[in-house]
Design a protein around this ligand. Structure first.
Ligand code: PHE
Length: 460
């Protein structure tokens, strides 16, 4: 075993604290921050939603991230191994929740990789100018079919190449380059957007406070968004934390990661909406991911010439870095599993996982409706279920040990607040939100369809 500078196991994990932080921020910042958050904010009350979301981050996001970290760092093992190690029983039923995390992360990636492929395609087209004459025509028919498959293949091949290496050589290095670059470029775009004229309605559309009521569905959706955006409940953060060193404070790391992620999300909206407003493209009804493939390329085209290409290329680089660093973190739970439990070398494990997930991605690349259902309601339900199981495991099997783990490296002893909260409150809160996301909320709390209704509608 080689000791790293900071006393950890450099052979297995991250070699520096900043390496871990950037990798975790890389996992967290993705479509959730660049597309989902700005749109949810605009739809759900602007600045009021941002405040409300900040409260959810403090009450749910940060404590649950500390909780997930505590499992991974304590065990120093993959998601399945974690439950075996922590219960001391290799046949424990809890290991199925480990399998759930690995499967859910792989399932996520099967649609996430397709969407990342679209980004890559747009990035390429920003250089060649392919969508500049007729952005709408370029858009048509390119989201599914052999073309989508080709770009998905590039994404899967490159993320496989990254995870095949040692964590400190692959995942850590890629994030150390991509995350700061992404941040600087995004700030540049926000500043640039502010220099355009007629952007006022964009800022208003995004942030104008609207105090209309929040029902339970909004709370469930915002919590699911917080989980998704922070990469919680899918074993990604658990696996990354198994590579973290003992001296670091889990609470300080979680706070830093969450604040960075929310900042990127807020910045993304400060670029997107003013930019659309400047070209009169606001309120075209594009939701979520469609926002970045529909109206934005049109804005870059309207900007025209070299400038349009440049701004387009910078934006899609930002989005690609965001999505790619999340994609590798979605592969890692499975790669770590085959490496730790089946004793495959990382390169074999990486190849195996890359191939399996690419198989799933073929489905998503050929069916946009499948992609829409899997990226929407099912994803929300999966992250809430994943979070629920972590809090339940801590409450039922890992209570005192979790507290000890949270205390390592934490001089502020934040476990005084976080631990009881995660143990006694979170399991109930998350169960209610999970049921809401599955079956919809009862009418008196505001209607809204759950995942089950959406899946039934899809199968119809
Ligand atoms: N956090 C990522 C995003 O916002 C998605 C993700 C979820 C990544 C779960 C890893 C695990 O896009």
């Amino acid at each position: 075993m080689t000791e790293s500078k900071e006393g950890g196991d450099a052979e297995r994990g991250f070699s520096t604290r900043i390496g871990f932080i950037f990798a975790a921020v890389g996992s967290a910042v993705g479509f959730g921050s660049i597309a989902r958050f700005p749109f949810m904010t605009a739809e759900n009350g602007g600045a009021v939603f941002v405040l409300f979301y900040a409260v959810i981050m403090i009450l749910v996001g940060i404590p649950m991230m500390v909780a997930e970290f505590s499992l991974g760092r304590r065990s120093g093992a993959d998601a399945v191994g974690t439950f075996k190690v922590l219960t001391g029983d290799p046949r424990t039923k809890w290991r199925y929740s480990g399998f759930f995390y690995i499967a859910a992360a792989g399932f996520f990636l099967s649609w996430y990789a397709v969407a990342t492929g679209w980004v890559l395609r747009y990035l390429w087209a920003s250089f060649t100018g392919a969508y500049f004459d007729d952005p709408a025509a370029f858009n048509v028919g390119l989201f599914e079919g052999p073309d989508a498959l080709f770009w998905t293949f590039l994404v899967m091949a490159s993320s496989t190449a990254v995870v095949m290496g040692r964590v400190s050589q692959g995942i850590e290095k890629v994030n150390l380059v991509m995350i700061p670059t992404l941040f600087v470029m995004l700030v540049g775009l926000v500043v640039y957007a502010a220099t355009l004229s007629d952007t006022g309605p964009g800022y208003r559309f995004y942030l104008a406070p609207d105090f209309s009521e929040f029902g339970l569905p909004t709370v469930a959706a915002a919590t699911a968004q917080a989980f998704f955006s922070l990469s919680l409940g899918q074993g990604a953060m658990l696996t990354y934390a198994s590579y973290m060193q003992k001296k670091q404070s889990l609470a300080a790391n979680a706070t830093l990661i969450s604040v960075s992620t929310v900042s990127v999300a807020i910045l993304a909206g400060l670029m997107v909406f003013p930019m659309l407003a400047a070209f009169g493209l606001l309120g075209g009804g594009e939701q979520g991911l469609a926002l970045i493939f529909g109206p934005l390329p049109r804005a870059f085209a309207d900007l025209g010439g070299m400038l349009g290409r440049l701004v387009g290329a910078v934006f899609f680089t930002v989005t690609f870095f965001a999505a790619f660093t999340s994609a590798i973190s979605l592969m890692e739970p499975a790669v770590a599993y085959f490496h730790d439990q089946w004793k495959l070398p990382r390169w074999k494990s990486g190849l195996l996982v890359g191939e399996i997930i690419y198989g799933g991605a073929v489905l998503a690349a050929f069916s946009t409706p499948y992609l829409a259902v899997s990226s929407g309601a099912i994803t929300n339900a999966c992250v809430l279920l994943g979070g629920f199981m972590i809090s339940l495991f801590i409450a039922r099997r890992f209570r005192e040990e979790a507290r000890k783990e949270m205390d390592y490296g934490d001089r502020l002893r934040t476990s005084r607040f976080i631990h009881p909260w995660v143990t006694y409150v979170m399991p109930f809160v998350l169960l209610v939100l999970l049921l809401t996301s599955l079956f919809g909320a009862p009418g008196f709390l505001g209607g809204g369809e759950g995942a089950v209704q959406e899946i039934l509608a899809f199968l119809d």
